[in-house]
Design a protein around this ligand. Structure first.
Ligand code: DNO
Ligand code: MN
Length: 356
């Protein structure tokens, strides 16, 4: 397992020098943040990013995310142009040695929370989702998120794009779940041959939360969705990110079982490791990584990865906001670093036990 840390580039309040001090973490999960969705990522900028990362002794093998233009998700006539751009981005990323691209196929919004700074009893703050608190009007949610995100917008919530929220919703009006799957298939059919040629594995991230909201379709919610996506293009380059938190938000999902079924197929180059706490039906909050703090058994998850010979990239996922850090929601330094140490501890114990 290659432990990694997500970094949002030079404007991230967390520096590479900070991350360098997190034990056993030698991979940066990177992205270019200033490229409008749908445009080609220029090779010169990608090289700059790689050089900055290498200068601190890290590798850049995983990109999260190259986001997908809504024209591709809705199957609009303009999609071929955006797919061409995506292919050029894949080629450019391969040139600097990237081997995994994490992406998602969620309409309009990336992950959704109803609170970004929910106070926990220990004095920390965390993200929370409560279906009953979801406004009917997505514009109200967008305004609320914009007002409380410390100006470090949530990943995937590009303000320029979401400024056109009404039109965006209109463009999805006739897109059913099976249309969205068909549009993913069209996209994968075009890009996977290039991925095979240049050695980049695509890794789709689960929908978060794994349920339909605002009437928008969702297509990666559980194990059967994974089987459907895997069959769209039968290639190991059509792969998955297993995000324990996103999948675990639905109590019906058995995360260790999903790992045991899918990791051995070679289709999972990347995992996100985080815990969540179920409070009530359709209410959850993001807890510290330890099993005791949430509803997921992180030990069972790590054991399942170990038993499946997982050798890909892993990162701690969202952390709480602790010690007054006041950083990007879910992506501060302290709690994610503590999460990594805990996960490394579990991994060491599991490995040593297995080798005895
Ligand atoms: C959610 C997070 C997200 C994720 C993107 C991937 O669990 O990991 O920020 O990175 O949805 O596209
Ligand atoms: Mn995740």
């Amino acid at each position: 397992m290659k432990m990694s840390f997500r970094w949002f580039g030079p404007n991230d309040p967390i520096t590479l020098a900070d991350i360098r001090q997190v034990p056993k973490t030698r991979q940066i999960v990177g992205m270019l943040t200033d490229i409008p969705v749908g445009d080609v990522w220029p090779l010169t900028e990608i090289k700059q990013l790689r050089d900055q990362i290498n200068a601190y002794g890290f590798e850049l093998k995983v990109i999260e995310s190259v986001n997908i233009h809504d024209a591709i998700k809705t199957g609009a006539p303009t999609r071929d142009r955006y797919i061409e751009n995506y292919i050029q981005t894949i080629r450019n990323l391969a040139k600097v040695g990237v081997t995994v691209i994490c992406y998602n196929f969620m309409p309009i919004f990336d992950w959704i929370r109803t609170d970004l700074n929910y106070p926990l009893t220990d004095g920390s703050q965390s993200m929370r989702f409560d279906l009953s608190k979801l406004p009917r009007d997505p514009q109200v949610l967008f305004n609320r998120i914009k007002a409380s995100d410390n100006n470090l917008m949530l990943p995937g919530w590009e303000p320029e794009r979401l400024a056109q929220l009404k039109q965006l919703f209109k463009s999805y009006e006739n897109v059913s779940e099976s249309d969205l799957v068909a549009n993913l298939k069209y996209f994968l059919k075009a890009i996977i041959p290039v991925c095979e040629e240049v050695g980049i594995q695509m890794a789709i991230h689960p929908d978060d939360p794994p349920m339909s909201l605002f009437g928008l379709p969702r297509i990666y919610k559980n194990l059967s969705d994974m089987k459907r996506i895997a069959a769209l293009v039968d290639s190991p380059y059509n792969g998955f990110t297993i995000c324990t938190g996103s999948l675990g938000e639905n109590t019906a999902n058995d995360v260790p079982a999903i790992i045991r079924e899918f990791v051995p197929t070679g289709r999972v180059p990347f995992v996100h490791l985080r815990n969540i706490k179920h409070i009530a039906p359709n209410v959850f909050q993001e807890s510290a990584h330890e099993s005791s703090e949430g509803s997921l058994d992180m030990y069972a998850i790590m054991q399942a990865l170990h038993d499946s010979d997982f050798n890909g990239y892993a990162r701690s996922d969202h952390g709480r906001n602790i010690w007054g850090e006041n950083g990007r929601p879910g992506y501060g330094l302290y709690d994610r670093a503590m999460g990594i140490s805990y996960l490394n501890g579990l991994w060491e114990a599991i490995q040593k036990k297995a080798n005895n």
